[in-house]
Design a protein. Structure first.
Length: 398
């Protein structure tokens, strides 16, 4: 009984001393690290784990040195074994918290609340995935070390190693989908195909990458729904990434109109509309006739915006305003079907009517800039070089 009391008193005293020392270190670190992000992160994230690890270590040392070793006292071995398991778990927690501190300190250098944050989002994606992977590895290693402290587990180690090949094959077949998603997540982290906050189009839905893990990706759709996809989807299925290189994007609004539509007047109306709204970023405002079949002409308005959300609103605005302009200002250009009744023996009268005046066609130099997508402006010239090539484009200009 006296030995038990001495051991309990020593354990309580050791725990109190450990807690006191950890608290002193915590307060000194907080005071000295007011201007240091690393010290602040240490005091916020590693204080509790360091406190637990130091306390368990102090209690274990107190129990070990205050109780005499005797083969016939199983309670000592049982208590020391339990404290040893607790120390392993606390040490794993401390190492994981230190890794989190290091990763948070590294992430603080890359801000994502700025307009041009593509590189920062890439680094953040990689660090977040590596954090989860390292924490999973630490947990697995800690569990392995804890199991190896049991003599029975060490005894069957040889048998486990001899059957490791069969077990590995069975585990690989059973976890093929899981392992495929894990490797796909690592591939996404370092291939830069998709990052956090990227705007993507998947499964016909337009949204933003909200969360990216080793096994699944959460896409926040524009109407606040969440689309959850396995990471292997993004390595095996084509998808659209609107913000891989930059946030600015192009969008179209198409109209089926009658042949009587004055294209140049509609083009000027589109230019006036874009210049009068803050949604347009000033890069591209082009109107072209892209098709003329079935008695109608297809007019396409191509506009640009600084981000995907502004582009959506700008496309809707262009449709609304140009539909209203055609209806109110050019009602003869509304889409319609024509039917002609009369004698088909002779030539129709409209075929024999000569043009009232010679048709003067505009030369290439007279075509306005907002009538060409590839050329006419600096942005159009750059786009032409991307799709044609710099050398071929230079030869064509000569």
């Amino acid at each position: 009984m006296q030995t038990y009391l001495v051991t309990a008193a020593a354990a309580l005293a050791a725990a109190a001393v450990a807690l006191l020392l950890v608290e002193v270190v915590h307060r000194l670190t907080r005071r000295l690290g007011r201007r240091s992000l690393l010290m602040t992160e240490l005091t916020d994230h590693s204080h509790r784990s360091f406190q637990v690890a130091a306390t368990v270590l102090a209690v274990q040392l107190a129990v070990r040195f205050t109780t005499p070793y005797a083969v016939g006292s199983p309670w000592r071995q049982l208590v020391l074994h339990a404290l040893w398991l607790a120390l392993i778990a606390a040490a794993a927690w401390l190492v994981a918290s230190l890794l989190v501190v290091a990763e948070d300190t590294a992430l603080a250098r890359f801000r994502v609340d700025v307009p041009n944050n593509r590189h920062a989002r890439r680094v953040r994606t990689q660090v977040v995935l590596l954090r989860r992977l390292t924490i999973a590895v630490i947990v697995v290693l800690a569990l392995g070390v804890m199991l190896m402290t049991f003599p029975a587990v060490r005894g069957i180690g040889a048998g486990v190693l001899t059957s490791a090949g069969v077990v590995g094959v069975v585990a690989a077949l059973a976890a093929q989908s899981l392992l495929g998603n894990v490797f796909a997540g690592l591939q996404l982290a370092f291939s830069d195909a998709v990052r956090l906050d990227d705007v993507v189009v998947v499964e016909g839905e337009w949204g933003r990458v909200e969360e990216l893990t080793l096994s699944y990706v959460v896409v926040q759709i524009w109407d606040d729904r969440r689309l959850i996809l396995p990471t292997s989807y993004f390595t095996s299925t084509p998808f659209q990434n609107w913000t891989r290189t930059e946030a600015a994007v192009l969008g179209t609004a198409e109209f089926d109109l009658d042949w009587a539509i004055p294209v140049q007047a509609m083009r000027e109306e589109l230019r006036r509309l874009c210049e009068g709204t803050e949604l347009w970023d000033g890069r591209v405002c082009v109107l072209q006739v892209t098709d003329a079949t079935g008695g109608l002409v297809k007019v396409r308005a191509l506009v640009s915006a600084a981000d995907a959300g502004s582009l959506w609103d700008l496309r809707c605005l262009v449709r609304e305003q140009l539909v209203a302009w055609v209806r109110d200002q050019r009602p003869t250009a509304l889409p319609r079907l024509r039917a002609e009744l009369g004698d088909t023996a002779g030539s129709p009268p409209w075929q024999a009517v000569p043009p009232r005046r010679p048709i003067r066609r505009q030369s290439d130099t007279e075509v306005p800039d907002d009538a060409r997508v590839f050329g006419g402006s600096d942005d159009g010239e750059a786009r032409s070089e991307v799709f044609v090539g710099r050398e071929e484009h230079a030869d064509a200009r000569r």
